[in-house]
Design a protein around this ligand. Structure first.
Ligand code: HEC
Length: 216
């Protein structure tokens, strides 16, 4: 009789204990220092920070690693200035040309056409109108301008700044300038023509090689 009572008390106590347990809340922590770090949690709370939130915005003017600020404003003056003074800093190599063509075919060909004549599939199906040929004499298409419109877009053309990085945009720019040259019947830029230009200027070192060491 006594043991039956004990079992009864045991069952009732465990039912009471289990019914108090809330699965939506964290369980009891034994040795909490195993769970709670001494340092601040990146997205944690702490009253010494503004809004009691540890994660804060970077200080104004911070530049992420590997990111190059782009100073030309998104205006017609900015575009014209970039057209005039901004030049392609990466050398013409087989790799840069191949990568530029690959990315161009992915991002730009649908509108501008594989040849850059403005006859992409979206133009043929009249989804987007007013796509210029790169050889359009009314638009002076230069490497700087091509980079600029990839950064900001231009009217119905969108920006490609989030899909491509700086190097990729300059690789695409090499390809665009070669499409333009092919349309106009002028010589294409190839690794060989660039090498001969560099020796003519007495500057055999390429800009690309100088930059790499600083990044390490
Ligand atoms: C959705 C269609 C579309 C796509 C995709 C597109 N463009 Fe354009 N692009 C346009 C249109 C439309 C214009 C003319 C904009 C205007 O002048 O109003 C233009 C203009 C240009 C110009 C001429 C700018 C000038 O100086 O007048 C260049 C260069 C150019 N695009 C390059 C590119 C490159 C490089 C890509 C791929 C990264 C690309 N475009 C993707 C539609 C597109």
């Amino acid at each position: 009789m006594k043991s039956l009572l004990n079992i009864g008390i045991g069952i009732i106590t465990s039912v009471m204990l289990v019914s108090c347990f809330d699965s939506a809340k964290p369980n009891y922590q034994y040795m909490p220092n195993m769970y709670e770090p001494i340092g601040y949690e990146t997205y944690g709370e702490s009253e010494i920070f503004p809004n009691e939130q540890v994660a804060m915005l970077p200080a104004e003017g911070s530049v992420p690693r590997g990111y190059m600020p782009y100073d030309y404003p998104d205006t017609t003056e900015g575009l014209n200035l970039a057209k005039e003074e901004l030049t392609n800093p990466i050398p013409v190599t087989e790799e840069n040309l191949a990568k530029g063509k690959e990315l161009y075919d992915i991002y730009c060909g649908v509108c501008h056409g594989d040849k850059g004549d403005g006859q992409g599939i979206l133009m043929q199906r009249e989804k987007i109108l007013g796509i210029p040929s790169y050889a359009d004499p009314g638009r002076v298409i230069t490497p700087g301008g091509t980079y600029h419109v990839q950064m900001y877009g231009l009217n119905s053309m969108g920006s490609y700044a989030s899909q491509t990085n700086e190097l990729e945009r300059w690789q695409i720019t090499h390809h665009v300038m070669n499409l333009k040259a092919a349309l106009e019947g002028t010589p294409l830029a190839t690794p060989e023509t660039e090498a001969s230009m560099a020796t003519a200027e007495g500057d055999t070192e390429t800009a690309g090689e100088e930059g790499t060491e600083e990044n390490n």
